[in-house]
Design a protein around this ligand. Structure first.
Ligand SMILES: O=C(O)CCC(=O)C(=O)O
Ligand SMILES: [Fe+2]
Length: 293
């Protein structure tokens, strides 16, 4: 973060941001990357040809030709080349080896994970910015325009790791993002399915799930899932093997500003939309008592 940006923050925030910026600089100036080519996004080294072609055409039709809407608001597509996934996995291993050897105390991706790493903190922030701006924002503009998909302007990029000696599962939650990209890097694993339970605004986050909102997804290496951050979800236990996923929580500052002034989110919140249609929620009582996961 530059000094100019720091000077625009309130002083409490400024010292927090300064500390984080110092933390990142310390890592970047000491950690020796394994694959330097990862740190500059080279599209033909990262993406499968079908994904590149759709992005180059940049039309709704081209996106729809490679992306399937597996359940309302959950978009799935082939994205990463196996060779890129392998390089990322090796880079993450290398980073963790460095952390172990130097005993550097790293921050975990969020309060839900004990393992995993923040990719932005060890130099991958520029490449992930490019990934968001040139690849995820054009798609989000088409499918998630109602939550600021066209104006995504910052991100939190990290990996999560599950299996023996790692995290086991991930509880039911919403992300601190407008749009989330979740792509499996590998490797061999059993379990770890994502379960989705409908999109909700802050006010309705704990309301019942309707039967048509129940959707389970099995991760496939190289395959991406794109969903609204407010789409409630979790990950089941990875029962054997080792699963690593790359997450990019994409945010829109202008959408967040706008949202503060609004009360009706019926274009994307399942409960606001029921209220607007004047639908009784009685028929969902059964779903309320059904297990969430
Ligand atoms: O394990 C997964 O695939 C889900 C991760 C996730 O939802 C998150 O980190 O926000
Ligand atoms: Fe999540």
């Amino acid at each position: 973060m530059t000094d100019i940006m720091l000077s625009h923050l309130p002083s409490g925030e400024r010292s927090k941001a300064q500390k984080h910026s110092d933390y990142r600089s310390k890592i970047v100036s000491n950690y020796q990357p394994l694959h330097r080519e990862l740190y500059n996004l080279v599209p033909r080294l990262c993406f499968v040809p079908s994904f590149l072609k759709a992005i180059n055409e940049n039309t709704e039709d081209s996106f729809r030709s490679i992306i399937s809407e597996a359940s309302p608001g959950v978009f799935v597509f082939d994205m990463l080349l196996p060779s890129f996934c392998e390089m990322m996995l090796a880079e993450i291993d290398n980073f963790e080896k460095w952390v172990g050897e130097t005993k550097f105390r790293i921050m975990r991706p969020n309060t839900m994970n004990k393992y995993g790493a923040v990719l932005d903190d060890f130099g991958l922030d520029t490449m992930l910015d490019k990934l968001m701006e040139c690849f995820i924002r054009p798609i989000s503009k088409v499918f998630f325009n109602d939550v600021g998909g066209a104006t995504l302007d910052s991100h939190h990029g990290f990996v999560v790791e599950y299996g023996k000696d790692r995290d086991v599962d991930l509880g039911f939650h919403v992300d601190d993002s407008e749009v989330t990209l979740n792509v499996c890097l590998g490797n061999q694993f059993v379990g770890g399915e994502l379960f989705f339970r409908g999109t909700r605004c802050e006010k309705h986050v704990n309301t019942a799930t309707k039967s048509d909102e129940i959707f389970d997804y099995c991760h496939v290496p190289g395959q991406a899932v794109l969903h609204r951050g407010r789409h409630r979800h979790g990950a089941r236990a990875t029962t054997s093997g080792h699963r690593v996923n790359m997450l990019l929580w994409c945010r829109s500052s202008s959408f967040r500003e706008l949202k503060r002034l609004q009360k009706d989110f019926s274009s994307w919140c399942g409960e606001c939309s029921c209220e607007k249609r004047g639908e009784s929620t009685d028929k969902y009582v059964k779903a309320l008592h059904a297990p969430q996961a």
